[in-house]
Design a protein. Structure first.
Length: 679
């Protein structure tokens, strides 16, 4: 080789990192990872994160690696402002098939965790594997034993407390028989000592650190009940106060709900106030839509005078909490023409060429009682801060759950910043995205920080539609960041299935929502099977509570109070129904029957909690057929009878084999919720 060639080669390697150049391990396809690490995955306190990755290297060396995770700075702590990051906790990776590796960690606190993978050539493991293969084949391995002694001695130097390793190195290079020296190399003690002191000088770290947002358990599991406090009045000519509405709270708690969700409770605008059934003409005494927020009495941090004062609200929240109910507030970032923001910050709104402020439209629909905010305003920083302060204000009054109205009509960047800001101060806050829009938009809102999401459940009514939709929600990447909340109805949505199916349709949708999804909700009146639309073909209610005070008889005949209470009791008794990840669909010979199960890890008695549900999705006609139980998974012999209990009413059935018969007449029962009693 001449001097010119030598110089060229030296120049070619001069800019390389000498450590990076010697890294041989490749890490690819780390999961879970959302958009290349752009967004965090989601978990609740106590849940685990199962991480997998493809890890390989050239040649045939043995590999080793660790999953690394740590809790980031706690809000308000010294660590949050410190430049010193928390120490990593490491869990050894375990090999799977085809160069895949895995490890799992558990998140124990609210806030944010980080995780990544580091892997390296296991030089000791590679050496030991080769040594054993040669020794077992009867070959002479004195040279290999000397190599091993050097590896062991190097590990002792890395540790600083490797006296035992030095002793073993002496044995490996000593004068004893090969059999004794190889036996020393095989000792589990040596393997453990070396595993604790790996040579990671040329290890490979995954090229990014990923994040987990950890929310309270209520983000994963809960039954929501939506009520308009103003309707719980002893005098239909006036709004109920919060103190009046307290009388309804025990009944809601008795039905087993966890979250009490209130539409906006703020002063309602008077300009262009809507009348009954969304009429443009407002009659005297019409209370207006709570979503037309703002008047001379205040805006988003004020209380509608008819409901009382902030002290009355605080008392209402405290009463609900004592009954086991968490209060959620609807936050709608829009303003009535009378809102103080219109006078004080006209720059936050869009204007027409004549200088007037644009009202909201969804052509051909017009909402003259609402002004949308302008997220492209030149004064966006002050707007963002003011809107964020709304959440912080209500959090200071004990509200940590927010249902956000139409978030898809506001800036994605705003939501990402706002939710992160609020959660730094209150990591236990929950944000429900009310966005019935295009799938990618709904998913991006979830990625941007929303804790839960409304879904298309309302419009998925056949067994096949539900199987396809739930598979998407629970078996794809979506399940890592989008938590569904299945509302069976809302003040805006009365689906034709409920309009025409009578009481059986309400039973079907209740049981589907409550067992397919860990979080579900109903709007008040659902328990009374209210199903009359304002007109044919509309999903709006006749005499909608959005525009009037609506007094009801909560104990009228035909109500669903007992069924709702029983279903919610079952949800609390069975942890299998408190999560979505294990949802599995099973075979049936009738396409109208939806047959599925959920499973939770072993309970204290040593058996997993597994709940099976079969629902007749046809609310009009009797459906019957055969359903397949996975007896092999359950360890049930094909020739042995076993008992299943319908926990809805306590009826016990004796089954045999995998295929068994069910009959569901909607006039009698819409579904079975089974548990197997004699495993």
């Amino acid at each position: 080789m001449d001097s010119t060639e030598t110089a060229v080669r030296a120049d070619a390697t001069r800019g390389l990192d000498p450590v990076a150049a010697r890294r041989r391990v490749v890490i690819e396809r780390l999961q879970p990872e959302i958009d290349g690490g752009r967004f965090p995955i989601k978990r609740t306190v106590g849940e685990s994160v199962a991480v997998t990755a493809d890890v390989f290297a050239d040649g045939h060396d043995v590999l080793a690696g660790v999953l690394k995770y740590r809790r980031t700075g706690r809000p308000g702590s010294a660590q949050e402002t410190s430049q010193e990051p928390a120490r990593w906790t490491e869990i050894p990776l375990k090999p799977l098939d085809n160069d895949a590796w895995t490890a799992t960690f558990t998140v124990e606190e609210l806030g944010t965790y980080e995780y990544t993978i580091e892997a390296w050539i296991d030089r000791f493991g590679s050496w030991l594997k080769g040594l054993i293969a040669k020794a077992d084949a009867g070959q002479e391995v004195s040279s290999e034993l000397l190599e091993g002694a050097e590896l062991v001695q190097a590990a002792a130097r890395r540790d600083g407390e490797g006296l035992r390793l030095l002793e073993i190195a002496d044995v490996l290079r000593g004068s004893r028989t090969q059999e004794i020296r190889v036996a020393a190399a095989r000792e589990p003690e040596l393997r453990a000592l070396m595993d604790a002191r790996p040579d990671r000088s040329t290890s490979t770290e995954y090229d990014r650190v990923l994040q987990v947002t950890v929310d309270p358990v209520r983000a994963r599991f809960g039954a929501w009940y939506e009520m308009f406090p103003r309707s719980y009045t002893p005098d239909p000519s006036r709004s109920a106060t919060f103190r009046d509405a307290e009388s309804r709270l025990p009944a809601i708690a008795d039905m087993g709900f966890d979250v009490l969700y209130l539409p906006p409770i703020h002063p309602i605008g008077r300009t262009h106030r809507k009348g009954r059934n969304n009429s443009l003409t407002c009659e005297p005494g019409d209370p207006g839509s709570p979503w037309a927020i703002g008047s001379d009495e205040g805006g988003h941090t004020a209380i509608e005078p008819g409901l009382g004062t902030i002290d009355d609200f605080d008392r209402f929240v405290a009463t609900a909490n004592r009954l086991g109910l968490e209060v959620a507030l609807d936050v709608a970032f829009q303003a009535a023409p009378d809102h103080p923001w219109v006078r004080e910050h006209p720059e936050w709104f869009k204007h027409r060429p004549d200088g007037s402020i644009k009202y909201a439209e969804n052509p051909p629909k017009k909402y003259q009682d609402i002004y949308p905010l302008d997220f492209e305003s030149a004064e966006w920083p002050s707007l963002w801060q003011e809107l964020t302060n709304v959440f912080l204000y209500w959090a200071s009054h004990g509200v940590k759950i927010f249902r956000v109205d139409n978030p898809h009509t506001k800036s994605f960047r705003f939501w990402e910043w706002c939710i992160a800001t609020v959660k730094r101060a209150h990591p236990d806050t929950i944000f429900l995205s009310e966005a019935f829009t295009r799938p990618k938009v709904m998913r991006y809102l979830a990625k941007s920080g929303f804790t839960q999401s409304y879904t298309y459940f309302t419009w998925r009514n056949s067994a096949q539609e539900l199987r396809e939709y739930l598979t998407e929600l629970t078996k794809t990447e979506v399940q890592e960041y989008m938590r569904p909340n299945f509302f069976a109805n809302t003040p805006d949505i009365l689906h034709e299935y409920l309009q025409h199916g009578g009481r059986p349709a309400f039973e079907v949708r209740l049981i589907l929502a409550a067992t397919l999804a860990a979080s579900y909700g109903v709007y008040s009146g659902f328990e009374l099977c209210e199903n009359v639309p304002v007109r044919a073909g509309s999903e709006e209610y006749l005499d909608s509570e959005k525009y009037q005070i609506k007094v009801r008889d909560w104990n009228q005949p035909g109500n669903l109070n007992e069924l709702i209470a029983r279903v919610n009791q079952i949800r609390h008794q069975h942890p299998a129904l408190q999560q979505n990840a294990t949802l599995a669909f099973h075979l049936t010979d009738n396409p109208a029957l939806l047959w599925y199960s959920k499973t939770w890890p072993p309970t204290s008695n040593g058996h997993p909690d597994r709940v099976f549900v079969v629902v007749n999705t046809d609310a009009h006609w009797l459906q019957h057929g055969w359903i397949e139980l996975p007896i092999n998974e359950l360890g049930i012999p094909a020739d042995r009878p076993y008992m299943v209990e319908d926990v809805l009413d306590g009826t016990v059935y004796t089954w045999r084999g995998a295929w068994n018969y069910v009959r569901l007449d909607p006039s009698e029962r819409a579904a079975h919720i089974f548990v197997i009693r004699d495993l």
